[in-house]
Design a protein around this ligand. Structure first.
Ligand code: ADP
Ligand code: MG
Length: 760
């Protein structure tokens, strides 16, 4: 039996899913595969594992596994469930790529979907689990889709063995036809249980006009107005990226400072609160608090009925007389908004996936007395995490996504409109605890043009890592795999060709066009090298580099370079716009210092030819030498969190390499010496072997037909000129031949992670 605290018990009873426990458990007992749909916050992630545990699914050595597409959710949910069940982290544990707290006693295991895929490679039948829950299936992350395809085959195999495995797919939306109506996937249609959401009505307000680009400024003005004019209740703002989140947080904190007293204690200390309450009372007198209009409880309309909705916009110029939102919030007077007002403290918290876990946890706690909570978040708050006490949602309507060109692999980050489904999810966040309001910073006409749903990830990105994993599972004919939504055939063919070029798949026994046609049939078996590569938890190109690095004692260096290339954004973004002159000066100083450091890390003589990869190697070396302290990172323009990830990945890759070549005897040396000249030469060959199709040649003077080719490079795949990114240490050098880690499109096509090569 589970021994829960009375407070937890009470909170649980409020969750809609508790009423469905019996229905859910009966369905699971009687069916091998069950789909559960329920609005975000209904209790799926925290409660279903507990139902299963209490029903005995984790007894006699069995375990319950739950996959999450986001690391944040895996960690945070395992902690929450452990707390609710009053069990230790040894029993309710998590495993993400870099870390975990799983033990022999673990009975409930939260993990990222990629982790479970790796486990399937080691044990196809997943024998240690009695139940697998695939959570957040509506997100349609690539690994989630693949897991569902694999599990559709594993479940019947386990049945045959007389060791049944239950599969539960959980989704926040009702759109599950890709799973239910796909007979190649599930020949018997699995039952769908719908958990009725106890959702309070949310009134949606559209902007009359859609801001052209400054949606961040628009968010700021909207939050200011809500905070000044509307009754208590948390505000949740959706923005697109970490930098934006931070900059809005800074602006809001400046506008409505919340001063912690200088006492050493944390927020919400007793000493603070008296003062805070006094301040708050004072502030209440000064501001006009207007009651919100009565809301028609039957009118939870997130789809605009007509343009009239726009009249409810709080930015409306019209005299709102007669409108049922009887607020004269006036028009945005930004000068006034920027003035700092400490009588109205706003407790501003950022939330995004790269944020340190202890900072993420803060959003679940009550804000200090006398303050209003305002969470500025990226997409993570859309469905994975439910923040308590949110009454107002401010939705910029955008999301930042990485786009890939299917043929060339060129990627770009683009901020695009979200789907209608996402917009409605975001609005729903305002109605968890009481009726709420969602302010959309775009017009209803724009909303009507949104896509209905976002496309599954697997249809949008290169799939070579996925295909290598599948081939390692001996799935040779990838095209026959029961994908919930199959990736485009070109993407599959491009992946197969790259893997053949890397030697990970056995080459078809012909050459030329026919070979390409065969590759397009997608049926090449994995090679011995491919099997080795598949054991490394990095992209196939980088896995190839590791597999080649045994000679000349190069492994420690290639492991470090590969780790640094895999963990994105090692370096702090120093070109960001500053919010104040003070910050601008600070950034300028940091940039100057970073340029110096970059020169040092790039080394001397032949080392310099390794270019940005040498800079990464030098930066990691220097950082580890200094003990990887926050201070060193801060002073050197390195992202501390990224450096910690590099450290973990180095450890993990070192273990992986040791288990493949048992005589390597590698360890992670915090005082790694720089590579010798011979090693650098060899490293450059290794890099070329992994990035062989990423070679670019500087355009010669005689080819300069057009000014747009000045300082440009030509690649095999692209018609257009590409350039070395200004942040590269080789930006001024312009070597004749280079290899690049990736091409990113911003104002031009830029190569990042560049080193110089000499072609054979
Ligand atoms: P779902 O998976 O259906 O979206 P969850 O099980 O994640 O729902 O959440 C159920 C409830 O538990 C929510 O009201 C949420 O606020 C609460 N909750 C989740 N994690 C925490 C936490 N770390 N601290 C406090 N409350 C939490
Ligand atoms: Mg959930």
């Amino acid at each position: 039996a589970v021994d829960r605290s009375p407070e937890i018990q009470e909170a649980r009873l409020k969750l809609p899913i508790l009423a469905e426990e019996q229905v859910i458990m009966e369905a699971i007992n009687e069916n091998p595969i069950v789909i559960i749909c329920g609005e975000t916050g209904s209790g799926k992630t925290t409660q279903v594992p507990q139902f299963l545990y209490e029903a005995g699914y984790a007894s006699s050595g069995g375990a319950i596994g739950i996959t999450e597409p986001r690391r944040v959710a895996a960690v945070s949910m395992s902690q929450r469930v452990a707390k609710e069940m009053n069990l230790s982290h040894r029993v309710v544990s998590y495993q993400i790529r870099y870390e975990g707290n799983v033990t022999d006693e673990t009975r409930i295991k939260f993990m990222t979907d990629g982790v479970l895929l790796k486990e399937i490679q080691k044990d196809f039948l997943l024998s240690k689990y009695k139940v697998i829950i695939i959570d957040e299936a509506h997100e349609r992350s690539m690994y989630t889709d693949i897991l569902i395809g694999l599990l559709s085959r594993i479940v019947p195999l386990r049945q045959k063995k007389g060791l049944p495995l239950k599969l539960i797919i959980m989704s926040a939306t009702l759109r599950v036809e890709d799973f239910t109506d796909n007979t190649r996937l599930f020949s018997v249609k699995p039952p769908v249980i719908q958990v009725d959401a106890r959702q309070f009505p949310v009134t949606v307000h559209f902007n009359k006009k859609t801001p052209l680009d400054d949606y961040s400024g628009e968010c700021f003005r909207k939050v200011c107005k809500i905070h000044r004019m509307l009754p208590a209740g948390g505000i949740l703002v959706f923005l697109t990226g970490q930098a934006e989140v931070h900059s809005l947080c800074r602006r809001l904190r400046k506008a409505f400072p919340y001063q912690k007293n200088n006492t050493a204690g944390g927020e919400g200390d007793k000493e603070d609160s008296v003062e805070e309450i006094r301040k708050f009372k004072k502030s209440r007198k000064r501001r006009k608090v207007l009651a919100l209009p009565k809301i028609d409880l039957n009118n939870y309309s997130v789809v605009p009925v007509d343009e009239g909705d726009e009249d409810r916009d709080i930015d409306s110029d019209d005299d709102a007389a007669g409108s049922d939102l009887d607020l004269d919030l006036g028009d945005g007077d930004s000068e006034e908004d920027e003035k700092s007002d400490s009588s109205l403290p706003l407790y501003v918290l950022p939330l995004y996936s790269l944020l340190a876990p202890e900072k993420q946890e803060k959003v679940f706690r009550a804000p200090p007395p006398g303050t209003r909570l305002c969470v500025v978040a990226t997409n993570v708050a859309e469905t994975s995490l439910t923040i308590p006490g949110i009454k107002y949602v401010v939705d910029c309507g955008k999301v930042k996504q990485r786009f890939y060109d299917r043929i060339t692999g060129v990627s770009s980050f683009r901020v695009t409109w979200i789907s209608q489904a996402s917009a409605n999810q975001r609005a729903g966040r305002a109605g968890r605890t009481e009726p709420g309001h969602c302010y959309r910073l775009y017009s209803s006409a724009v909303f009507m043009d949104f896509e209905k749903f976002s496309a599954p990830e697997i249809t949008k990105r290169p799939v070579e890592d996925l295909i290598l994993q599948m081939k390692a599972l001996n799935i040779e004919k990838v095209i026959n795999f029961p994908f919930p939504t199959p990736p485009p055939t070109e993407a599959l063919a491009a992946a197969e060709e790259l893997l053949i070029a890397l030697g990970a798949l056995k080459e078809p026994p012909v050459t030329g066009r026919l070979k390409q046609q065969l590759a397009a049939k997608l049926s090449c078996p994995i090679s011995a090298l491919g099997r080795v590569m598949a054991t490394f938890p990095v992209a196939p190109r980088y896995a190839k580099m590791l597999a080649l690095s045994r000679q000349h004692n190069c492994l420690p260096y290639s492991i470090t370079i590969v780790s640094a290339m895999t963990v994105r954004e090692l370096f702090e973004e120093l070109d960001r716009p500053a919010v104040s002159e003070e910050e601008a000066a600070q950034l300028k100083g940091k940039r100057a210092r970073f340029l110096q450091m970059q020169k040092v890390w790039a080394g001397q003589g032949p080392m310099q030819k390794l270019g940005d990869l040498m800079v990464m190697l030098g930066a990691v070396g220097a950082c580890e030498y200094a003990g990887c302290t926050p201070r060193f990172c801060q002073e050197s323009g390195l992202r501390h969190k990224a450096m910690l990830e590099v450290r973990r990945l180095r450890g993990q890759l070192t273990t992986a390499v040791n288990s493949v070549c048992t005589d390597a005897g590698l360890y992670v040396d915090p005082k790694m010496k720089p590579p010798t000249e011979a090693q650098v030469t060899y490293l450059r060959q290794i890099v070329l072997a992994g990035l062989g199709d990423h070679v670019a040649r500087r355009v010669q003077a005689e080819e300069l037909l057009d000014d747009k080719w000045k300082n440009a490079y030509k690649t095999a795949l692209l018609e257009d000129p590409v350039f070395i990114h200004p942040s590269s240490v080789l930006f001024r050098e312009l070597p004749e031949f280079v290899v690049y880690q990736e091409i990113v499109e911003t104002t031009k096509l830029y190569m990042k992670g560049v080193s110089a090569v000499e072609p054979e």
